[in-house]
Design a protein around this ligand. Structure first.
Ligand code: COA
Length: 171
């Protein structure tokens, strides 16, 4: 049976750190399903449809078998529905570990068959986060080296519309 690994997240928006992890996972596992959370936990800046679209565009040129799906409800249920047992999570710094280990233990309790695999980010992406990217873009900063081109475009479009935040300089 084909080993399927899922990589879940909010991806609000997907960054080059996420893409790098997906690329590395797809080189190891025969099939990777990127699960975009459409659940109510966070109030995302981009809609679920927009986030799925951005993830699809970002992984389009990655090698390997990669699918992108939206999920609502419990992650372990989505993992089962995908026919997977492996959950991939990225670790950027030691500070990620506490939250991630708690989530891994909870997911194992909910589904003892689900195994969480942690992958360490590369140094280039260890400090990236979706919130920082949004904050920088909202203040007119350049995030083009931090996110895929489609995300950069979407952020520029969103923050060029009236009423959205922009840097004001010093007064
Ligand atoms: N590169 C760049 N950034 C990364 C990263 C990487 N490799 N790995 C994590 N991040 C960042 C994200 O950008 C995000 O930044 P932000 O907080 O500034 O937005 C942050 O780390 C965490 O985001 P993400 O990886 O998307 O995880 P999440 O905590 O938002 O999502 C779910 C976690 C969706 C997997 C989890 O909430 C879930 O399973 N929900 C379903 C409900 C459920 O089953 N709950 C029980 C869980 S025990």
């Amino acid at each position: 049976m084909k080993t399927i690994a899922v990589y879940p997240g909010t991806f609000d928006p997907i960054t080059n750190g996420h893409v790098e992890l997906i690329r590395r996972a797809a080189a190891i596992f025969p099939s990777v399903v990127v699960l975009v959370s459409g659940g109510p936990k966070k109030s995302p800046f981009f809609s679920a449809e927009e986030r799925v679209g951005m993830v699809r565009e970002a992984v389009d040129l990655c090698e390997g078998s990669i699918e992108v799906k939206c999920f609502r409800g419990l992650l372990v249920d989505a993992v089962r529905e995908c026919g997977a047992r492996i959950i991939i999570r990225g670790l950027r710094a030691i500070s990620d570990f506490e939250y991630e280990s708690q989530m891994a233990l909870m997911n194992r309790r909910l589904n003892p068959d689900a195994e969480t695999f942690f992958m360490i980010s590369t140094e280039d992406h260890a400090y990236l986060s979706s919130s920082f990217v949004k904050e920088i873009a909202s203040l007119g900063g350049d995030v083009s080296t931090m996110v895929p081109p489609g995300v950069d475009r979407s952020l520029k479009t969103r923050f060029s519309t009236p009423g959205q935040e922009k840097g004001e300089g010093i007064s």
